[in-house]
Design a protein around this ligand. Structure first.
Ligand code: PGA
Length: 257
């Protein structure tokens, strides 16, 4: 973490878990467990129908909330879609884009990820842009090449001052939901490389302002070591964000210097 130049963020990704009626008790429990001093931006990215319930439950707290995806389109005849304007109207601060599950199960392309990033920035929502290699790519030593491509594609055409507002989440696909975490060294190597890509596309000032998160089986036990790395500015937490004590422990992990 480097608090001087950028924000530390711990964002929960509930994926397709929990019910709208479960939001209140979860948030109440989380609020009671969070450290008294704010050391990071704490956010919950939840399924669309749960957003209003989370929004109500976190009122007057320092927790923010977001969505997990957004439509490619602005408005109109797109049955089942949810656009960026709706998310901003609900008060979302963040929206995850390009999660590997969307890329894998819904065929989301890098150019679609880029369109979504633009749509979100246009309405003032911070995109949490997910990038990450497969096990096969890692084994073939193609990780850094692939990450370079994904980051460049996601940020294409974004103004430097808007890039500073973006968040990148490095999520190696082989570590997501598998209990297999990247080592702190592996995660730092890629997060540092992501910052170098941004430096190359823009400049050092922009690169040092972008928060880069690690995601992939981050939990209450391994968070401290990951968060101690200089280029890891927080976490995108799946499984461990479903249990308030675990999630609160990860938030507390950002108190270290
Ligand atoms: P995980 O998920 O923490 O359950 O591995 C992270 C993510 O997919 O964002």
């Amino acid at each position: 973490m480097n608090r001087k130049y950028r924000k530390t963020i711990i964002a929960g990704n509930w994926k397709m878990n929990k019910l709208p009626s479960e939001a209140r008790s979860f948030v109440d429990e989380l609020r009671s467990l969070l450290p008294k001093t704010k050391t990071c931006d704490t956010a919950l990215c939840v399924p669309y129908p749960i957003i209003p319930n989370v929004a109500r439950a976190i009122k007057d707290s320092r927790i923010s909330f977001g969505a997990q995806d957004v439509s490619l389109h602005d408005s109109g005849a797109y049955t089942g879609e949810v656009n960026a304007a709706m998310l901003t109207d609900l008060g979302c601060r963040y929206c995850i884009v390009g999660h590997s599950e969307r890329r894998q199960y819904h065929g989301e392309t890098d150019s679609e990820v880029n369109t979504k990033v633009h749509n979100l920035l246009n309405v003032g929502i911070i995109p949490i842009i997910c990038v990450g290699e497969s096990l096969e790519q890692r084994e073939k030593e193609l990780t850094l090449e692939y990450i370079d491509y994904q980051v460049k594609a996601a940020l294409a055409g974004v103004e430097p001052k808007e890039v500073k507002r973006c968040v990148i989440a490095y999520e190696p696909i082989w570590a997501i939901g598998t209990g297999k975490t990247a080592t702190a060294e592996q995660a730092e190597e890629v997060c540092c490389a992501i910052r170098a890509v941004i430096r190359g596309m823009f400049d050092a000032r922009v690169a040092r302002s972008v928060s880069i998160l690690y995601g992939g089986s981050m939990n209450a036990k391994n968070c401290d070591e990951l968060l101690a790395q200089p280029d890891i500015d927080g976490g995108l937490i799946g499984g461990a964000s479903l249990k308030a004590p675990d999630f609160a422990r990860i938030v507390a992990g950002t108190a270290q210097e």
